[in-house]
Design a protein around this ligand. Structure first.
Ligand code: B12
Length: 191
C-alpha cells in the first residue's frame, strides 16, 4: 500500500529507513556520532515505523491467520528495531504475531510458548554478548519438551550459528517470511 509519498510503505522501510539507521551505526563506530545521536535515530525509526504500520499491516485484516509466531529480543538486549520490522512484515503476510518485546527473560519465552503453542518462535539478538542467550532459550524449550521450530536473526547472527543450534535463520524481514512459510507447511501463502 502507498504511504502518501508515492513510495510503497515497505520500500520506505527497506530502501530509506534501514540504510539510514545502519549509516548511523557506522558513524557511531567511527566516533562521529555518540549515544545521544544513536538514541535520537532509534526514536525517529520507531516513530516512522509506528506511522507506517497501518499501511504495512494491511493484509492482516483481509484474511485468516497463517499461523502464530512468537517474537522476542533476548534477555539483556534492548535492540528491537529489526525485530519490530520482522513483526510488521509477518503481520503484513497474514501471520498472527505475538511480540513479547525486548530484553525478554528466557522463562517468559517458554511460558508464552506453552500458552500460545506457536508454529514458530523467532529470536533476535544484536550483540555478541546476547547472541549466546538464544542457545539458553532453545535448550530450556527442549528440556521442557517443546519441539517448536526456532528462527534466529539480528545483525550478529549468522546462518552457520543458527544451524549449529538446530535453528533456521533469516537475514531480514522478507527472508523471514519466506523461511517461516517453509516452517508452517500446512498454511498456504496468499500474498
Ligand atoms: C539503533 C542502535 C541502538 C539503539 C537501539 C534502539 C532500539 N529500540 O532498537 C540504542 C541507542 C538503544 C542502542 C543501545 C546500545 N547499543 Co546499539 N546499536 C544500534 C545500531 C546503530 C542499529 C541497530 C539497528 O536498529 N539496525 C537496523 C535494523 C533494521 O537491523 P537489524 O536489527 O540487524 O535487523 C534486521 C536483521 O538483522 C533481521 N532481524 C533482526 N531481528 C530478527 C529476528 C528474527 C527472528 C529474524 C528472522 C530476523 C531478524 O531483520 C531485520 C530487518 O531487516 C547498531 C549498529 C549496527 N550496525 O547494527 C548498534 C549496535 C548493535 N549497538 C551496540 C552496542 C554496543 C550498544 C550498547 C551496549 C551501547 C552502550 N554503550 O550502551 C547499548 C545496548 C544496551 C543493551 N543492553 O541492549 C553494538 C553491538 C556490538 C556487538 N557486536 O556486540 C552495535 C553493533 C554498534 C557498534 N558497532 O558498536 N543501540
Amino acid at each position: 500500500m502507498k504511504s502518501g509519498t508515492g513510495l510503497p510503505a515497505a520500500r520506505i522501510v527497506e530502501e530509506l529507513m534501514i540504510p539510514a539507521i545502519l549509516r548511523v551505526g557506522e558513524l557511531y563506530e567511527q566516533k562521529t556520532y555518540f549515544l545521544p545521536q544513536l538514541i535520537a535515530s532509534a526514536e525517529a525509526m520507531k516513530k516512522g515505523l509506528d506511522h507506517l504500520e497501518p499501511l504495512l499491516g494491511a493484509a492482516k485484516s483481509r484474511g485468516t491467520s497463517k499461523g502464530v509466531v512468537i517474537l522476542a529480543t533476548v534477555q539483556g538486549d534492548i535492540h528491537d528495531i529489526g525485530k519490530n520490522i520482522v513483526a510488521l512484515m509477518l503481520r503484513n503476510y497474514g501471520y498472527d504475531v505475538i511480540d513479547l518485546g525486548k530484553d525478554v527473560a528466557t522463562k517468559t519465552v517458554i511460558e508464552h510458548m506453552k500458552k500460545h503453542k506457536p508454529a514458530v518462535v523467532g529470536l533476535s539478538a544484536l550483540m555478541t554478548t546476547t547472541m549466546t542467550v538464544m542457545q539458553n532459550v532453545m535448550m530450556l524449550a527442549r528440556q521442557e519438551g517443546l519441539t517448536t521450530p526456532f528462527i534466529l536473526g539480528g545483525a550478529v547472527v549468522t546462518q552457520a550459528y543458527a544451524a549449529s543450534l538446530g535453528a533456521s535463520y533469516a537475514r531480514d524481514g522478507v527472508e523471514a517470511v519466506r523461511v517461516i512459510e517453509t516452517l508452517c507447511p500446512n498454511k498456504n501463502m496468499e500474498n
